[in-house]
Design a protein around this ligand. Structure first.
Ligand code: ATP
Ligand code: MG
Length: 653
């Protein structure tokens, strides 16, 4: 590994332009072409088979009821308990001693939790919630760090039919308050604090403050994690260890209807104010479970899976909790940040637990790129065989870097497109079938129907760009926006009619029919009448050896309508040579895409504004570029970033 970050990796691409599935993987792959064929022939039969991987207390009558679009019902009349499917059934099958989580705390403390232990904990927590008066259908807010109690709390809710609503531990009291209010939560589960970047960071004070702004919360359950001092409201606050630890580990789980609400999750807020997305039980678990097994080619008994997302993001819900547990997998769960206490922390964890499947966001891959491949060298990461990407389009350069330096040049990269709203993977390669292309999520997975259409809703020709839509309902789809069926219909199902889901993302189809995501429709730039995708310009910038990360926005321009403004972060060893660098980068974009895409301004910055889930918030950069007041910043990781960027921005336009 002598990659220094100063050369482009395009030479790694085979002459065919694609990476064939590794022969060994393909020979034993969970998913084959036959699955695509079967799903194409009988989509509902395919999903019925997938649902059959779960334990149902009462079989369903109908796979899909779509008589009242866009309000779908999957597996009507069927009953199951989601928590039992995630925990008890593995214990009952004699796999109680299998580790569900290798949990790693940021300070270095660890806990291995078996399925049997998880079952006891979930039952105790379920009994505890019941003792607080929580009933099926009630909402419970969870505001915790990445500790096992977060998973236990979610499963305890699922077990008793309560609806969980997890909020990022990093969010402000206001952000927490507005979500607690919108969801109508009556209990909040929190902790004294959690560890982030090497220091304890308090959580309980944010809950105390939030609860001065909203009413209806009768109980706050507090996990002791950091031993920080906390204020205490008698009668409302209780320690987790006081209430939960003393409960019985026996709990008789009741089965719930397939359409019983499971959770509310607010979207990342990348393009707008977050929306409360409602997911239900049977269909959600079916698709999450199947995709976790399929997309990652999970071999339950030999793989160690690590989804390095926060549990408070939909990726965490689906692929830290419900997917892996429903499949009886062994996962890693890590509390902290990648650079604590050193930049090799992830690789140390991979080495220690022999992680074989890693699932991460492009933003982290680009951070590793910025730091350089030497950070991986001290560690053995050769166990990694499948590498997932999620959250944003992955730039081809970052994809190649990931495969080469993290995957040892042999691992398969699966770029998974999906949303909070879709609940589970929708467009992704299947590792044993798909010949992969750096930067493309490629094709709809078996059982899913996606299309790229024009303004009128007509499918576009290969080579053209348009809007991504989903043309058939899918099991893990959102059922509504919490509290607003109208907004649900209007946001997703009105642009092209009541049975076509508008995803809000732009996309391109290549000659092979593969899909390339181009970023948000809201972010598409219009320069002198040309529609230009932020993703393409960003990927062009990132393909230059000096650039680790780029964010591009269109700012109002008196002559061209919009002008392209680029913000770039340099790679570790690259120098900011001022105007020379700007000229070089402009020329590079010209060469890669064309003169029309050449940025009007390029600014070198140290950080970019990102959501807690790692997405670049271009709308804030657009606000800066157009000298406007910043929009909703409630989901921003670090608001000081915006001050730094604002200070760099010449007061133009
Ligand atoms: P909001 O809807 O509030 O603006 P958000 O869309 O960022 O927030 P999420 O549901 O977390 O909230 O993100 C889904 C979006 O993330 C997708 O619509 C898409 O734009 C982007 N995305 C996720 N995965 C991929 C991927 N593999 N390739 C390209 N884009 C992706
Ligand atoms: Mg969205």
């Amino acid at each position: 590994m002598s990659e220094t970050g100063t050369q482009s990796l395009t030479d790694d691409i085979p002459a065919s332009g694609v990476f064939d599935p590794p022969a060994e993987l393909a020979a034993q792959a969970n998913v084959t072409q036959a699955d695509y064929d079967r799903a194409a022939e009988d989509r509902l039969g395919f999903w019925a088979d997938a649902a059959g991987r779960l334990d149902w207390t009462k079989p369903w009558d109908e796979v899909l009821d779509w008589t009242n679009p866009p309000f779908a019902k999957w597996f009507t009349g069927g009953e199951l308990n989601v928590a039992v499917n995630c925990v008890d059934r593995h214990v009952d099958a004699g796999r109680g001693e299998t580790v569900a989580y290798h949990w790693v705390g940021e300070p270095g403390d660890t806990r291995d939790i078996t399925y049997a232990q998880l079952k006891d904990e979930v039952c105790r927590a379920a009994n505890a919630l019941t003792s607080l008066g929580v009933q099926a259908g009630d909402r419970v807010a969870i505001y915790l760090p990445m500790i096992p109690e977060a998973v236990v709390s979610m499963l305890a809710c699922a077990r008793i039919g309560a609806v969980h609503m997890v909020v990022f531990g990093g969010f402000s009291p206001d952000a927490l308050a507005s979500r607690v209010e919108d969801a109508g939560a009556k209990v909040v589960i929190t902790a004294d604090g959690g560890y982030r970047r090497g220091a304890p960071s308090a959580l309980k004070p944010a809950v105390d403050e939030a609860l001065t702004k909203v009413s209806g919360v009768d109980h706050v359950l507090v996990v002791k994690r950091t031993e920080q001092d906390v204020d205490w409201t008698e009668g409302r606050d209780q320690w987790w260890h006081d209430l939960v630890d003393g409960q019985s580990a026996e709990h008789e789980a009741q089965a719930f209807d397939a359409e019983h609400p499971l959770y509310i999750m607010y979207t990342s807020g990348t393009t707008a104010k977050p929306k409360g997305i409602l997911h239900t039980s049977g269909g959600y678990l079916t698709q999450v479970s199947w995709t976790h097994w399929a997309t990652f080619d999970l071999k339950r008994d030999t793989d160690v899976f690590w989804c390095a997302a926060d549990v408070a993001w939909v990726t965490g819900h689906s692929y830290i909790v419900y997917g892996p547990l429903s499949n009886g997998a062994t996962s890693v769960m890590y509390e902290g940040t990648p650079e604590t206490p050193h930049r090799g922390r992830w690789w140390e964890i991979v080495q220690q637990y022999k992680v074989s499947i890693l699932y991460a966001a492009p933003t982290v891959v680009r951070t590793f790129m910025k730091w350089g491949a030497q950070e991986l060298e001290p560690f053995d990461t050769s166990t990694l065989r499948v590498l997932g990407s999620v959250g944003e389009p992955i730039n081809p350069e970052a994809w190649l870097w990931y495969r080469k330096n993290v995957g040892g040049g042999t691992a398969t990269v699966v770029d998974t497109w999906w949303q909070t709203e879709t609940g589970a993977h929708m467009i992704a390669p299947m590792p044993g079938v798909t010949a992969t292309k750096p930067g493309s999520a490629q094709r709809a997975i078996p059982g899913i129907s996606a299309a790229v259409v024009d303004e009128e809703g007509k499918p576009i020709e290969p080579g053209a760009t348009g809007y991504l839509v989903l043309t058939e309902p899918w099991p893990a789809m959102l059922r509504t926006i919490w509290g607003s069926d109208e907004r649900y219909v209007e946001t997703y199902w009105s642009r092209y009619g009541k049975d076509v889901y508008f995803a809000g993302d732009g996309a391109k189809l290549d000659e092979d029919g593969d899909i390339w995501l181009l970023g948000r429709v809201d972010d598409v730039m219009n320069v002198s009448g040309h529609r230009i995708s932020t993703t393409e310009v960003e990927s062009a910038l990132v393909s230059h050896p000096t650039v680790a990360e780029a964010a591009v926005v269109g700012a109002t321009d008196p002559t061209t309508g919009q002008g392209i403004v680029a913000f770039v972060i340099l790679r570790g060893d690259a120098q900011d040579s001022g105007e020379d660098l700007v000229t070089t980068l402009r020329q590079h974009v010209r060469k890669e895409i064309g003169p029309i895409a050449s940025p009007r301004q390029i600014m070198v910055v140290a950080e970019l504004p990102k959501t807690r889930s790692g997405k670049i918030m271009r709308r804030l950069l657009r606000d800066v570029a157009e000298n406007r007041e910043l929009g909703d910043v409630s989901t921003l990781t670090d608001s000081s970033v915006m001050d730094l960027i604002g200070a760099k921005m010449p007061a133009s336009s």
